[in-house]
Design a protein around this ligand. Structure first.
Ligand code: HEC
Ligand code: HEC
Length: 470
């Protein structure tokens, strides 16, 4: 999940400075016998890549201890000092670019800082705060010139005149990102945004066996309005406020709920309701509830309609009665609190709340095009693979009755499922290419994510957005 790119030319070679997080997907009780803890889940780094030949100078990789979600990097005019913004920790780290030694840290440098710019003289650093809706201006002249470790705030400029989010939603979104709050996380490593940046998913499969679960594929929160029935693949939570458990345990946070309230029957996820008890947890829930749309599928026609192939796939979806589980507007019957064994469970699937796991909560099918890999354990890299597995097991719809062409049509239908409403249009075809609002179908997004890679490096195009980012 990475940020910014900074190019420098040196000896005719192009060097890029990048920041990113390393996801520890080699660790966990199932994978290497070690628990995934608050400090061993992710680490933040700044690195340097040269283009010809394409390589990283690993000896010059800078490790950022106790920080979450680095988002931007700037270098001093001489290239000896690196400023790194951390979106999850609300700080700007000031590092010796050669040794990696931390010279200073500018704390509370806006909320969710994600853009940095140093003016030509190198004296002023501008920090853009995504969630404070501001740009803070720091005098860093002394810091660069004399080795002092002081940066002085000169000004903070508001970047919005009217806020589009409801107050509770904005407050919840700030909580969602902020790991510097000791109630959220110990040592400033984890917040919800660490794995769900912008409410999306990181494409990772985490080993949550020590949480009483198993291998779990991160789900997007977009379009789910805080929950479509039970939460999680095993349906082990029934409200967003239940994340108090992950915060207290996996993140090492102190928690947002008063201890007495927690102990009054709320110390198990499916126990007494937690809603209405902690202002912050309710605000977190308000933010998740505001995520009411999945990204539009680029596989649809220019006017937002379904392709002919997908329409044939829809008929097959009906014929095979997939909607007996993937039902209603949200394509899920999760509200029925029933778990189904559709032939996808393995030993790595682990447990549910520390007990036997005998099925999975039906997931929605909206927005599937953007959420690879698939299934609770991420064991299917593509939708075609989900169907291939279903045909083999015979336990996930009667997919084996389909011809190869039909199976492709069904997969195409799944790729085009979103919340689009076809726009009215007078002429089809001829004008289609003139509409710049969608990508062409021949230009599908990259599917499949390497699970083995410890380091996610996503140059530019860091976020695929379904609309303006708010
Ligand atoms: C270490 C990565 C990580 C962090 C940090 C994280 N999540 Fe998740 N999230 C996941 C994974 C993996 C899943 C799927 C796990 C499962 O279903 O058992 C998930 C699933 C969810 C779901 C279920 C969605 C659904 O449709 O069932 C919600 C809601 C959610 N996370 C909210 C949060 C909130 C709120 C926070 C912060 C308190 C958070 N997550 C922090 C990785 C993470
Ligand atoms: C008996 C209930 C049931 C029926 C019928 C059913 N599904 Fe599912 N489906 C599930 C469950 C449960 C899962 C989650 C399995 C897992 O993650 O291991 C799932 C997962 C999926 C996924 C992967 C979603 C994701 O986000 O990873 C796709 C795609 C899918 N189903 C398509 C279909 C199609 C197409 C049909 C009809 C041929 C169908 N399903 C019939 C219950 C059902």
């Amino acid at each position: 999940m990475v940020g910014e790119l900074w190019a420098e030319r040196s000896n005719g070679k192009c060097l890029f400075r990048l920041v990113g997080k390393k996801d520890n997907t080699s660790r966990g009780w199932w994978r290497d016998g070690e628990p995934l803890t608050h400090e061993s889940t992710v680490r933040s780094v700044a690195l340097r890549i040269s283009v010809e030949p394409l390589s990283e100078d690993v000896t010059r990789r800078l490790d950022l201890d106790d920080r979450n979600l680095p988002s931007a990097v700037e270098l001093s005019p001489l290239g000896d000092i690196a400023f790194v913004a951390t979106e999850g920790s609300n700080s700007v780290e000031v590092l010796d670019a050669y040794s990696g030694r931390r010279i200073s840290s500018i704390d509370n440098a806006t909320q969710a800082p994600e853009g940095l710019w140093l003016d030509d003289s190198g004296a002023r650093l501008y920090v853009q705060g995504f969630l404070s809706r501001s740009v803070a201006v720091y005098d860093v002249g002394l810091l660069i010139g004399s080795g002092s470790n002081r940066a002085e705030l000169i000004n903070e400029i508001a970047t919005t005149t009217s806020e589009v989010l409801e107050p509770d939603v904005l407050a919840g979104k700030r909580i969602f990102y902020d790991s510097s709050d000791v109630r959220m996380s110990r040592d400033n490593y984890l917040s919800c945004a660490t794995c769900h940046l912008d409410g999306e998913q990181d494409g990772r499969v985490w080993d949550f066996t020590n949480r009483g679960e198993g291998l779990r594929n991160t789900t997007t929160l977009r379009g789910k309005r805080g929950g479509q029935g039970r939460l999680h693949w095993s349906g082990n939570f029934d409200e967003v406020q239940d994340f108090e458990h992950d915060i207290r345990n996996a993140f090492g946070g102190l928690g947002f709920m008063a201890q007495a309230d927690f102990e009054a029957g709320r110390d198990t996820p499916l126990g007494e309701k937690k809603a209405g008890v902690s202002k912050e947890l309710d605000q977190l829930a308000s933010y998740l509830q505001s995520l009411d749309r999945v990204p539009d599928s680029p596989f649809r026609t220019a006017h937002g309609g379904m392709s002919a192939e997908a329409k044939r796939g829809q008929k097959l979806f009906e014929r095979l009665e997939c909607a007996s589980c993937h039902s209603g507007e949200a394509f899920t019957n999760s509200g029925d609190d029933t778990l189904y064994d559709v032939g996808t469970l393995s030993a790595a699937s682990g447990l549910r709340l520390g007990n036997t796991l005998d099925g999975i909560d039906t997931p929605t099918l909206l927005g599937l095009w953007s959420t690879a890999p698939y299934l609770h354990d991420g064991s299917a890299a593509t939708l075609d693979e989900v169907l291939e597995r279903a045909a083999q097991s015979g336990k996930h719809g009667d997919v084996s009755s389909l011809s190869e062409t039909e199976r492709a049509e069904l997969a195409q239908y799944l790729r085009e499922l979103d919340q689009s409403v076809e726009e009215a249009h007078e002429t089809d075809g001829a004008e289609e290419s003139g509409c710049g609002c969608r990508l062409a179908a021949e230009d599908p997004p990259v599917q499949g994510v390497s699970l083995a890679g410890l380091l996610t490096v996503l140059l530019l195009g860091r976020r695929r957005r379904s609309g303006p980012r708010r």
